[in-house]
Design a binder for this molecule. Sequence first.
Ligand code: SF4
Length: 83
Amino acid sequence: MKCCPSYATINMYSERITRMKQVEIDQDECIGCGACVELCPDIFAFNDDENKAYVTTPEGGDQDCIDEAIASCPASCISNKEA
Ligand code: SF4
């Protein structure tokens, strides 16, 4: 069996892209407590007009911080799933 090294590299890269996680907040469920923003200001910010948090860095960052924000969210509206 013949293998093209270049094709293999593209395949590995594509797989890595599809496995990247995305941080999201369900805006309909957010109650605006601000916990996620306090815990992870590099990932979340607060929209004072809407009184809800939003994600500034969907590609994520400090995974421990994101996990803590998810565990601390009283509305369970933060997700961090593979895209
Ligand atoms: S912790 Fe949850 S409910 Fe509180 S602001 Fe963040 S996303 Fe909204």
